[in-house]
Write a protein that binds this ligand. Structure first.
Ligand SMILES: C[S@@+](CC[C@H](N)C(=O)[O-])C[C@H]1O[C@@H](n2cnc3c(N)ncnc32)[C@H](O)[C@@H]1O
Length: 161
């Protein structure tokens, strides 16, 4: 049965994408750890921190037994970033959908020792209004932009970076 916290999206390509993101984040964190005082992870389209993967039931036949429907809960990008070693010093999760932010707040509550910020709203606006207010001289951030479609505004990528 589907619950409010379910976040079903993507397909097999999503699995590959998140695997590559995890490898990239780990390499980034190892490479920059020594050089900068503080490393941040910004997930602008963060989802819920998990991903529901549903495999349809299959009826049996002469050769194969029937297979019941399988529902798995796998890690989404926010949880993957939390698990990266060496650890990010600050994690910023943004999402427009209130229910997704409730789930992200749950992730924050489950990790009280981590510096996690959950921001609800349009990531384009939040990024454009705030990114240049940070003093980046001794900090670096990696930002993951993972919208469903074309939700990233050009100005979010181009504005004064
Ligand atoms: C593909 S999902 C992200 C999945 C996530 N990266 C993961 O691995 O679990 C896209 C997310 O972007 C959110 N979203 C869509 N438009 C947005 C916007 N303008 N600003 C912030 N979040 C937005 C949706 O609510 C959804 O949670």
């Amino acid at each position: 049965m589907k619950s409010d916290n379910d976040h079903e999206f993507g397909g097999q390509h999503t699995e590959i994408k998140l695997e590559l993101v995890e490898k990239y984040l780990r390499t980034y964190s190892i490479a920059l750890r020594q050089k900068f005082k503080s490393l941040w992870y910004i997930d602008a389209f963060a989802g819920t921190g998990s991903r529901t993967v549903r495999t349809k039931a299959k009826g049996g036949d002469l050769f194969d037994e029937p297979v019941p429907e399988k529902v798995e809960n796998r890690r989404g990008s926010a949880q993957i970033a939390l698990d990266i070693e060496p650890k990010f010093d600050r994690l910023i999760f943004m999402d427009q959908k209130p229910a997704h932010c409730v789930a992200l707040e749950g992730l924050k509550a489950a990790n009280p020792e981590r510096d996690i910020h959950v921001l609800q709203g349009d990531a384009n606006r939040i990024i454009q209004e705030n990114i240049n207010r940070v003093n980046w001289s001794s900090r670096r951030a990696i930002m993951f932009l993972d919208p469903y479609g074309m939700e990233v505004a050009w100005e979010t990528l181009s504005n004064g970076w």
